[in-house]
Write a protein that binds this ligand. Structure first.
Ligand code: ZN
Length: 276
C-alpha cells in the first residue's frame, strides 16, 4: 500500500498514441499515474488545510479554484475576463498583469468545436491543446479558427454561441460516452450561417488575425473508464474529509468512484493524503 501526501493540483493529462487520455494525480512534487489503479480501492483524506497556489499562505476557503482571497483579487488569471475572453481588456491597458497578459492572452488561440455532452464551441490557447479538451471530457474535437489573440477568439465564440452552446453539462459528460456528432458538417454550417458576422470581424482586425481552419482533422479522445455511473453524485471535501471507494476511471478533471465523482481541479491547494 502506498501513501502519498501533498497539496493537490489539477490532474496532469496527456494523450497517448492510441488516442486514450492518460491521467496523473499531482500531490505537491509527486505525481502518480492513475490508470493502473482502476478497479482498485483508493482513499483520499483531506486534513483540513488549504494553501494558496500563488503565495502558499494558508487560507480558510479556496477562491478561483485554488487561491487565497487577496491573490484572487490581484492575479490576472483570476480576473473575470478569463471566463469571458470577449471581455479581454489588455488593449485598453487595464490588464492586472501586463507581462502575463502578453504571454497568455496575446498569443495565438483557436476556436474549436467539441463534443463532451453534445456540440459546444470553445476557445483555447494553441499550446493548451489537447489538455484543454481532455479537461472538459470531450470525445471529439475540431479546431475551426486560428486567431492572433484570446480577445479575437472570444469575439468569434460570441457569434457562434448563437447556434451552439459554450457549456458542457458535466453530469451528462460523466454518465457515458457522448453520441458521435459530425463536427465537420457543423463547422461548414456555422461558416455559412455566420459568414457576414465572421467577415465583419476579419475586416475589423488585420488580415492575418482571423484564419478559418478548413482541414478536416477531427480528433477522437477515449477515456480510461471501466464503468460510468447511472446517477452522478458529486463528492466534496468541504462536506466529507475522507473519500474511500473503488476507482472506476477518469474523465475530464474527475475521478469516477463507485460511490460518486470528485472534481479534482475544484480542490486545488487542498492538503490531501492519497492511499493506494
Ligand atoms: Zn495567495
Amino acid at each position: 500500500m502506498a501513501e502519498i501526501r501533498g497539496q493537490l493540483s489539477k490532474m496532469d493529462v496527456s494523450l497517448s498514441s492510441g488516442g486514450v487520455a492518460d491521467y496523473k494525480m499531482v500531490l505537491g512534487e509527486q505525481s502518480v499515474a492513475m490508470q493502473p489503479f482502476i478497479g482498485r480501492k483508493i482513499k483520499l483524506i483531506f486534513d483540513g488545510k488549504i494553501y494558496c497556489q500563488a503565495c502558499s499562505s494558508m487560507t480558510e476557503k479556496s477562491f478561483s479554484r485554488g487561491f487565497c482571497f487577496p491573490c484572487s483579487q490581484r492575479l490576472a488569471q483570476c480576473d473575470l475576463c478569463m471566463m469571458k475572453p470577449e471581455t479581454c481588456h489588455f488593449i485598453s491597458g487595464t490588464c492586472r498583469d501586463f507581462k502575463w497578459g502578453k504571454e497568455v492572452c496575446m498569443k495565438d488561440h483557436i476556436v474549436y468545436l467539441a463534443n463532451s455532452s453534445g456540440i459546444k464551441v470553445g476557445v483555447t490557447r494553441i499550446g493548451q491543446v489537447p489538455t484543454r479538451w481532455i479537461d472538459q471530457g470531450a470525445t471529439q474535437t475540431l479546431p475551426i479558427f486560428r486567431t492572433r489573440s484570446r480577445y479575437q477568439s472570444g469575439l468569434l465564440e460570441m457569434v457562434l454561441k448563437n447556434h451552439v452552446s459554450d457549456k458542457t453539462n458535466w453530469r451528462t459528460m460523466l454518465r457515458g460516452v457522448a453520441d458521435p456528432v459530425d463536427l465537420i458538417f457543423m463547422r461548414n454550417l456555422l461558416m455559412c450561417k455566420f459568414n457576414d458576422e465572421i467577415r465583419i470581424l476579419q475586416q475589423r482586425f488585420d488580415e492575418s488575425a482571423i484564419t478559418p481552419l478548413c482541414e478536416d482533422i477531427m480528433l477522437t479522445i477515449h477515456y480510461p473508464v471501466q464503468f460510468y455511473p447511472k446517477i452522478v453524485r458529486s463528492l466534496d471535501f468541504n462536506e466529507m474529509s475522507e473519500i474511500d471507494g473503488v476507482l472506476q476511471g477518469m474523465k475530464g478533471q474527475y475521478l469516477i468512484l463507485n460511490i460518486g465523482v470528485v472534481n479534482i481541479r475544484k480542490f486545488s491547494g487542498y492538503q490531501i493524503t492519497m492511499i493506494l
